[in-house]
Design a protein around this ligand. Sequence first.
Ligand code: CA2
Length: 142
Amino acid sequence: MILVLNGPNLNLLGTREPEVYGRETLGDLETLCEAWGSELGVSVTCRQSNYEGQLLEWIHEAGGAGFTGIVINPGALTHYSYALRDAIAGQPLPVVEVHISNVDAREAFRHTSVTAAVCRGKISGLGLLGYRLAMEFLTEGR
Ligand code: CA2
């Protein structure tokens, strides 16, 4: 049972900056994640919030709710949220950080991730495929 979390502004996917984030909407991404979950034999729950505190609460609750791993695109919180970092570090589930764009090829502030070090790994720049690869990692060896 995988939890897919998308952070601030990812509800805008497909509406602007298609050269950076592609043309698929958040709804398209969530439909893909559910389909990939079916292929991988795992149930998937997708959630998005523009609120840091909401993301923290979903992470706090994930283990107790029966999830076995978390895929997270924290949006810009990646670059500065120690609260998000502490929430990830303080719970037992494996977490994979995903970025649609290649953050290391963009502005300098996007080169820093304060969350990646407390995740099992980070995938960046592979578009929506990154979510699938993260799900494959979290379901490997079950
Ligand atoms: O590449 C990614 O997935 C990011 O996590 C996306 C974040 C950005 O702050 C990170 O540096 C990298 C931004 C979310 C998307 O923002 C949009 C704004 C307008 C239109 C579409 C998306």
